[in-house]
Design a protein around this ligand. Structure first.
Ligand code: UQ1
Length: 431
């Protein structure tokens, strides 16, 4: 239980900010690993926790957003305290957090897992377009959950304007694969709706579809087979939704804005940490993400602060799979700090593992798994550059179960062990 220091001040051995994927799975993992006398507090004023990987399939009604959410209260492990308020700012030099409702929370160890949110201001006219134009949508914002399906299903060739999918100008967004997935999913639906040659364009400031070459090549090949145009080196910074036009600039040469008409537009917005992090200057880097050592996820200046999930600046693709593997490093480090500092055994390092099951059309999925070095780190002992129906079934049916029943309950710290077993079995059969 929390200690009540005064009427206004709560105190926890471990305070976790955010009941998203990272906060809940860490809270549950720590509860299993720490003695019950160690208090754990989880701070979040939201009502629901969403299974975000369902948002892509929900866009074409192969999943339901409502069925993939749970009240946060129902997910809090026994003997973890939920503080139902939003954190407002953190003062790491005095080990305390100010909450929006005026309370103060003191901690011995703080873990910042508050996630990230869209920053629409980086594209002129985008918020108005999302609010007013039915042909503009994003799958990255729960507030716009009503938009994707109508926008995709009413796209038609007769508009004579293409369907456009965009990446943001910088790398500050979550789940790189989701921006590709929604394109292939939409393209499937266009074909299913009888559009014979749906004009589809992917606009990216980079010169790739996916940042890891090993997976980028097959994804580009699939786009080519589907006659999807890949427009590289173009930055999208302005939209005039009244005239159904976006304006792009060449990244290399700068130069004039070039107008492009759209008949449907999916935007992957730039993202930023919520105010609690941006209001805490001691904790952040120049892009206002929590500054951590990429291998330990411990803060670069404050030894008793960690951050994991989307809000930390570890340079990997931000996914729930990354969080699961991060737990392998963070959980034992916290246990060691609090109860077994004399234990000399090494805490595992996080090597940047992340995974992204990318839907590539016709009920097939390419499972991309890689680390900081962009080295493929496949769990399954087969060629992961191939799109497979089996991986689609894993994504659609196994992953939600793994997420709710194992991961959020502190029983899944990534596929590290599974990989060893599967590769071990393969070596045995080869012998
Ligand atoms: C994973 O661990 C995870 O997080 C809990 C996901 O999110 C739901 C994933 O999509 C994937 C692919 C993994 C990695 C697991 C395996 C079995 C490769």
């Amino acid at each position: 239980m929390a200690t009540l220091m005064s009427k206004q001040k709560l105190c926890f051995d471990v305070a976790i900010i955010g009941a998203g994927s990272a906060g809940l799975s860490l809270g549950a993992s720590l509860r299993r690993a720490l003695p019950s006398s160690i208090s754990i507090g989880l701070i979040d004023g939201s009502k629901y926790h969403y299974y975000q990987p369902s948002w892509t399939l929900a866009a074409i009604r192969k999943a339901s957003i409502e069925r993939n959410r749970r009240p946060i209260k129902s997910l809090i492990p026994r003997n973890v305290d939920l503080i139902e308020s939003h954190a407002d700012s953190i003062s790491p030099s005095s080990n305390s957090i100010s909450l929006k409702d005026g309370q103060q929370v003191a901690y011995k160890i703080l873990v910042v897992c508050c996630g990230i949110e869209p920053n629409y201001s980086s594209i002129i006219g985008l918020k108005e377009a999302l609010d007013n134009d039915d042909e503009v949508f994003t799958i990255f914002d729960i507030d716009y959950r009503h938009k994707p399906f109508p926008a995709i299903s009413s796209f038609s060739a007769s508009k004579d304007r293409p369907a456009i999918f965009t990446y943001p100008a910088n790398e500050l967004f979550k789940c790189r694969g989701a921006a590709c997935k929604i394109m292939f999913l939409s393209h499937d639906l266009f074909l299913k709706n009888g559009i014979r040659n749906p004009q589809t364009i992917f606009v990216s400031p980079k010169n790739y579809l996916f940042s890891v070459q090993h997976y980028n090549k097959p994804l580009e090949q699939i786009a080519k087979e589907r006659h999807i145009e890949l427009m590289y080196g173009k930055e999208f910074r302005r939209i005039d939704s009244e005239n159904k036009t976006i304006f792009v600039k060449d990244v290399q040469s700068g130069g004039e804005e070039v107008p492009m008409k759209y008949g449907m537009l999916h935007v992957t917005p730039e993202m930023q940490c919520p105010p609690v992090v941006r209001n805490s200057p001691d904790l952040i880097d120049e892009q206002s993400f929590v500054s951590v050592d990429p291998y330990t996820l411990r803060h670069t200046r404050f030894n008793n602060v960690f951050a994991l999930g989307d809000a930390c600046n570890a340079p990997t693709s931000k996914t729930a799979a990354a969080v699961a593997d991060q737990l392998r490093a963070v959980c034992p480090a916290i246990v060691k700090d609090l109860v077994s500092s004399e234990n000399k055994s090494e805490v595992p390092k996080y090597a940047g593992y992340t995974a992204c099951p990318i839907y590539t059309g016709s009920n097939k999925v390419l499972l991309a798994e890689f680390d900081y070095d962009k080295k493929p780190t496949g769990t399954f002992p087969f060629d992961e550059t191939k799109s497979r129906h089996s991986m689609y079934l894993v994504k659609r049916y196994i992953m939600p179960w793994l997420y709710w029943s194992l991961f959020l309950r502190g029983l899944w710290h990534g596929p590290f062990r599974l990989r060893r077993v599967l590769y071990g079995l393969r070596m045995k059969t080869i012998k």
